[in-house]
Design a protein around this ligand. Sequence first.
Ligand code: ADP
Length: 588
Amino acid sequence: MQPQSSATQSAYRSFVRQNSDADHIISLRKQMEQLNTIGKRFVAANDRFQVHHALLATLQELYSFSACSILLKGDPVELSIIPRYPLNSAFIQAMIQRIARAASVIGFQGISAQELAVVADLDAPDDLASFSYDTPFESTSIGDFLNIPLTVESRIIGMLSLFDEHEGAFDTDLLQLTTMIADYAAVALENVRLRERQRALWEEAEHERNRLELIISSMAEGLLITNAFGVITSLNSSAQHLFSLADVDLQLKPHTSLRQLAASTKINWLLDFAEIVDQALGGNVVMNRELTAGTNSETVPLTLSVSAAPLYDTNQNINRPIGVVTVLNDITSIKQIEKLKDEFVSIVSHELRTPLTAIKGYTQHLIRRIERRIRDIRSKQESSNPPIELSESYDLRSLHIVQSETEHLERLVSDLLDLSRVQWGELDLQYTSFYLADVLNERVRLAQVSAEQHAIQLDIQVQDSRIIADQLRIGQVFGNVLDNAIKFSPPGKQVTVLLQGKDDEYLISVIDQGIGVSPESFDHIFERFYRIRSVANRQYTGIGMGLFVAKAIVEAHGGSIGFSSNQDGGSTFYFSLPRVPKTSNLHL
Ligand code: ADP
C-alpha cells in the first residue's frame, strides 16, 4: 500500500530510497568485509601450499565441490590437485584430461594429459595424500567443472579448475566472485614464485660466495685485497702465514693502510709493498716484483714475489679503482737454488782462473822471447833486401792469437764471476786513477789481433782521459761491447770506437755496421742470459751475459749504458762514466 498525497508520496519515496540505500550500504560493507578476509588469507600465505589452502578455504564457502586444481605456467608446468575428500584415481585421471583440454584453450601450448600426469602433485593432508580404491567415494566421472584463468596484470600465469561429481554443481552467478578470488590467488602465487626465485638466487649467490671464499682460503698463493685507500680488507691464510714468517703481525692493526703499517713498524719491505699497492691504485698492473722480507743475516732471506692489479667495480669505471688485488708468492726456495747455482758457477770460474793466468803468463813470456829472437835475426840480416820471411813471425802471430783468445776466455770467466756478485749485490769495485785512452788502446790492440778482417778505428777526442774507476772492470765492459760489435758484424766491416769528454763524464761509443738490434729486443737486451732469437743471431756464439754484467758495472760506477740503431743498419752501444766516482771522496 502506497500513501496517496503527493507530500506523503514524496516522503514515502524518500523513506524507501533511504532504506534501500541503507540495505545497499550494508550489503556492500558485508562484501567488502568478505573480500578483506579473503585478501588477508592470501596475503598471509608464505608458500604455495598456504595459497592452496587459502584458496580451498575461500572456495568452500561458496561451493560444494570434490576437488580443485591449480595449473601454473613454467618450464616444466606445475599442476597441483587439491582434493576435499579422498578421490579415486579414475576421477583424478578424468580431471587431468579436462585440465589438459582447457589448458590448450587458454594458451598452454601442446600440453598433453600424459605430461600433466607426470608433473601432477597431490596437495592434500596426509590422510588424503594417497589415491584410495576402496573409499566410500566411488564416483569415477566428473559431473561438472569450472575453469578460470589465473591472471596477473593481464598476463595469464595459470588456470584454476573446480570439479564435482554432480552435474550443475557450479552456479554461474558466482562466477564473478570466483574470478576475483582467482585473481587474489594468482597474485599470491606469483608473489610466492618471485620470493622462491629470489631465495633461490640468493642461495645460489651465497653458495658461490662460500665456494669462492673456500678457493681463496685454500690457495697456495697469498692473496691480499685492499680498498681504494690501501687499507687491507681481506687476506687469505697463505698471506697471513707469509706475513707471520716476515714477523709482521697484522692482527694487531686491523683496518690500517699498508702505508701506515709500514710507517709504524718501520719495516722496509712493507714500504715497497705499499708503493706497489699505490702503483696499482694508480691503474697500473705490477708483475712479479721481488721483495726481500727476511733479514739479511739469513743466507737466503725470505723473498716474496708480489703482483698487484687494480680492482674495478662491475661498471668498469677504469678511472678509479675501488681497491687492489695482490698475490704474494714465497720464492725463497727458488732464490736458494739460484744462490747454489751461482756459488757453483763462482767456484768453477775461480778454478778456471788459475790455469788461465798461467797460460796468459807463459804466452806473454813466449811472445817476448820470440820478439827478441826476431829482432836479433833481423839485425843480422840487415843487408838482405827484401827481408826473408821468418818462421818465428808465424809463431809470433799464432801466440798473439792465443793471447787474444785467452783474454777473451778470461773476460768470460770474469763475467761469470761477476754474474753471481751482481745478482747478490756483492760487486766490489777497486778504484784507481788511470787513463781511459790507454785501456781502450790496449783492448783494441788485442781485439784487432783476432779480428783481422774487421777494421777497428779508435778515435780519442779528449786530451786528458784520466779517470778514477775500477780499471779491470772498465776494460771488461769495453771488451764486451767491442767483442759484440766485431762478433755481430760481417767480416770486412768497420768498427769505430769513440772516446768523448762531456762535463764531468766520459762517453765511450762503439759503432758497428753489423746485423743491428730488432725493436722487440730493445727492452730486454740488458737482461741476464738474453739473446736475440733471430736467424741472423743464431750463427753467433755467446750466452747473453756480457751486457747484463756490463750494465751492472757501469751503473755501479754511477754511469749509464745504452744503445741506438744506426741508419746504415748497424748499432751503436755507448756507456758513460763519471771522471770521479760520485760516491767517493777521491779527487784527481
Ligand atoms: P752474448 O754476446 O754473449 O750473446 P751479450 O749480453 O753481450 O751476450 O749480448 C746480448 C745479446 O744482445 C746478443 O746475443 C745479441 O743478440 C745482442 N747484441 C749485443 N750487441 C750487439 C751488436 N753490437 N749488434 C747486434 N746485436 C747485439
